[in-house]
Design a protein around this ligand. Structure first.
Ligand code: SF4
Length: 171
């Protein structure tokens, strides 16, 4: 389990939140098992994501305890991807925990669905419902609020909307 030094409320809540995400994604993965082509060695979803400071610092702390080799980011690849495997799997950010699943979100006042092109090849759009998709906006809103709390608690000079690319953890 990652540790923040002198863990503050927002950090404890973030770790709890991450568990909630894992519980839901496990349920959805079981539900959709026969439509998922996800397997060890597939890294199609991996890229140099941008994350909120609360997630960036959680990974940074984990790396202090368990350093891992970082790769060069080539054409937007993730520095933690090595031999098609994630080197920080236990500590990966929320976005990486939803890889491959059907994600439901609002875009320009319309509901949109995103799922890996390798998965759900025999699934009609109408088969997706709020009950069998990951409610991305709901979780993003929660993460936004946790990050706000984190910035306040640590008096960090970021705006509420600042994101940090993961490759900044290279050194
Ligand atoms: S953190 Fe891990 S799961 Fe996320 S993009 Fe990087 S290698 Fe992939």
């Amino acid at each position: 389990m990652p540790k923040f030094r002198n863990m503050k409320n927002s950090e404890k809540k973030y770790l709890h939140f991450r568990k909630q995400v894992d519980q839901l994604t496990e349920t959805l993965a079981t539900m959709h098992q026969k439509h998922l082509a996800c397997k060890k060695g597939c890294d199609l979803c991996c890229m140099d994501y941008q994350v909120f400071p609360i997630e960036f610092h959680a990974i940074k702390q984990a790396l202090n305890d368990q350093p891992v080799e970082r790769q060069e980011s080539v054409d937007g690849s993730c520095i933690f991807l090595k031999d098609h495997a994630c080197q920080i799997y236990e500590h990966r950010p929320i976005i990486c925990r939803t890889h491959g699943l059907p994600l439901l979100f609002m875009n320009d006042d319309q509901w949109e669905l995103s799922a890996c092109e390798l998965n759900f090849t025999e699934f009609d759009d109408e088969d997706f419902t709020p009950e069998n998709t990951f409610p991305q906006d709901k979780f993003n809103s929660k993460l936004f609020l946790l990050n706000q709390e984190f910035l306040k608690e640590h008096k960090l000079p970021h705006s509420d909307f600042d994101l940090i690319p993961i490759h900044k953890l290279k050194d």
